[in-house]
Ligand binder design. Structure first.
Ligand code: ATP
Ligand code: PAF
Ligand code: BAL
Length: 547
């Protein structure tokens, strides 16, 4: 791992990494790329911006960045622009050596830790900085409420520093914690409004077993105050329980929060609000989602915490290598549970159909991206065909209001779908459309990174796999059934092994097992047995979640 303190060194490091020369001996010492797969030609780069004083909340961002990128950069920079004069800039906890050790343990490639003078290219803080620096101003509508009320210039400091970091590092992805919920919403707007080519990844709040959200500022608390501070998450939890039981009045939820907070007189509430999670506008009454956020002073520390209240139906995510029987199992699980099979294959077919229908050149990637950005693909659970009740119902598909369930199954579409599915712009547009289904839930989805990237909050995650030998045997049987004769098992095993290797190392949607996924090895199990196990798991899990 390297630690660099200057912009010029950072730029050179990134040039070398991007040209494929990086991470060799001169850059990263003896750190090798994640085995067993070689890196794709242009390494993906993940950035984790921090202010140091690292704790497991930060480490969870690094862990996710490590899983999803070849190169991980962490910035450690206590940004004076986001502190007002009476705040704790001067005392902000710092322990550089400990931070570096933790980054090293997380497999970080580079820590960028500039001084204020180096980063802003100016000497002198305070008025000098704000008088001379170009800044990025977030929209007033997002900064007037919540933390912005007591910290009116804070988010301008955050958007300015993050814009600079994104512009310098140009990461593929940047990782931020949901603990700073208002910050994350503002940064999502920043990236969208300024068309910055980085994907922001929001990561769940990491808490102590007591429920206290981890924060560098927890270091200011005495043991007694630390105990008092646990009331924050208890208050949010009580309101969350009420929401799950059907309460939708903002005032009623906030009354519960205040009631619980009042049990700790040492905790001075700054605000507790319910707002829309995307626009941050206050909500009197919640639809199926709301962000409940609060800030409170506990002794010397100003602490924040929040919970997203979301009523959605559960999600089942099935990932696994090719040939493990995912799509059949997924269809059966969806039919057994009455959920929508999020048939991503059908979505790619629908895009292909649309492009053919519009007479577009399929190789014209920008043209395809443009048409797709103006189109809507809708899926609905199919109904059983009374003439063939043994068949699983096909998912019904609409493109821009026109039903294309049958039209997407023509040989013309089949022959061209892989060309469309290989386009990065198509994949990212479809992942966004898939995530929209995730907002309401009630779906079963299968792929390579559903439980890790597409729906990391899925209630049930399965990693469906089978040994290479078993998959080769199944493939051999399929080929015999299709009248293609007997293919040598050894050859099939080699092909499947190679496919696994490619799937784990591809730059788009690589195969990853979520740490909280249940691994189901299907050797020797029938499709029915596998389906039954998943259905039973779903029922147990959903029963656990119902208050
Ligand atoms: N408990 C947590 N869980 C998940 N992410 C977190 C947690 N705490 C901080 N982060 C995220 O880590 C990144 C860096 O945060 P920062 O360095 O300000 O740490 P912090 O603990 O939030 O500090 P502070 O006490 O100043 O609020 C931010 O994206 C932040 O949201
Ligand atoms: C994003 C950030 C690193 C910018 O200074 C900071 O606001 C933080 O730590 O959340
Ligand atoms: N995590 C936000 C940093 C701050 O409070 O300034």
């Amino acid at each position: 791992m390297r630690c660099l303190k200057t912009v010029v060194a950072l730029r050179r490091y990134l040039e070398l990494v991007r040209s494929g020369q990086g991470l060799g001996a001169s850059i990263a010492g003896d750190r090798a790329l994640p085995s067993p797969t070689p890196a794709p030609p242009v390494p993906r780069l993940g950035l984790v911006p921090t202010m140091g004083a690292l704790h497991p909340g930060h480490l969870s961002l690094m862990e996710r960045a490590r899983r999803e990128n070849e190169v991980v950069v962490v910035s450690i920079f206590v940004n004076p622009l986001q502190f007002s004069p009476q705040e704790d800039f001067g005392n902000y906890p710092q322990d550089r050596q400990r931070d570096l050790d933790l980054c090293e343990q997380q497999g970080v490639d580079l820590v960028f830790a500039p001084s204020v003078e180096e980063f802003y290219g100016l000497t002198g803080l305070g008025a000098g900085l704000t008088d001379q620096l170009t800044q990025v101003i977030p929209p007033l509508g997002l900064t007037q409420g919540l933390c912005g009320r007591s910290r009116p210039t804070h988010f301008q400091g955050v958007t300015t520093v993050v814009t600079k970091l994104l512009s310098l590092v140009q990461p593929d992805r940047a990782y931020f914690g949901q603990k700073d919920a208002q910050q994350l919403v503002i940064l999502r707007h920043l990236v969208r409004d300024l068309n910055l080519p980085t994907q922001l990844v929001g990561c769940p709040i990491v808490r102590e077993p007591s429920g206290l959200a981890l924060s560098s500022r927890n270091a200011y608390l005495s043991p007694d105050q630390r105990h008092q501070a646990t009331v924050l998450s208890r208050a949010l939890g009580a309101a969350q329980g009420q929401f799950r039981r059907g309460e939708r009045s903002g005032a009623a939820l906030l009354a519960t929060v205040q009631q619980v907070l009042a049990t700790e007189p040492g905790v001075v509430v700054e605000y507790a609000e319910v707002v829309d999670p995307d626009t941050l506008t206050p909500l009197d009454s919640l639809g199926d989602q709301g962000l409940l956020a609060l800030a409170a002073q506990v002794g010397p520390a100003r602490l924040i915490d929040n919970v997203v209240l979301r009523q959605r139906h559960p999600i089942v995510a099935l990932d696994g290598p090719a040939g493990a029987g995912k799509s059949t199992v997924t269809r059966r699980v969806a039919a057994a549970l009455g959920l929508l099979y999020l048939d991503t294959g059908a979505m790619y077919r629908a895009v292909t159909w649309l492009m053919l229908d519009q007479g577009l050149d399929l190789a014209d990637e920008p043209g395809v991206a443009e048409v797709l950005s103006q189109s809507e693909i809708r899926l609905e659970p199919g109904t059983l065909d009374p003439a063939a009740p043994w068949d699983l119902p096909p998912v019904r598909v609409w493109v821009n209001g026109q039903e294309v369930t049958a039209a997407i199954r023509t040989p013309e579409v089949t022959a061209r779908v892989s060309r469309i599915a290989a386009q990065a712009a198509v994949r990212s547009a479809l992942v966004q459309q898939q995530r929209r289904y995730g907002k309401t839930g009630g779906i079963v989805a299968e792929g390579r990174d559903i439980g890790t990237t597409v729906f990391p909050d899925a209630e049930v995650k399965i990693f469906l796999t089978a040994s290479i030998q078993e998959r080769a045997r199944r493939r051999q049987q399929d080929l015999i059934n299709q009248g293609q004769g007997t293919v040598d098992l050894g050859q099939l095993e080699a092909e499947i092994g190679e496919r696994d290797r490619q799937d784990s190392s591809r730059s788009v949607s690589p195969l990853i097992k979520a740490p909280d996924a249940l691994e189901l090895l299907t050797d020797g199990l029938t499709i029915e047995a596998v389906t039954d196990r998943i259905v039973a798991l779903y029922r147990d899990r959903v029963a656990d979640l119902t208050p």
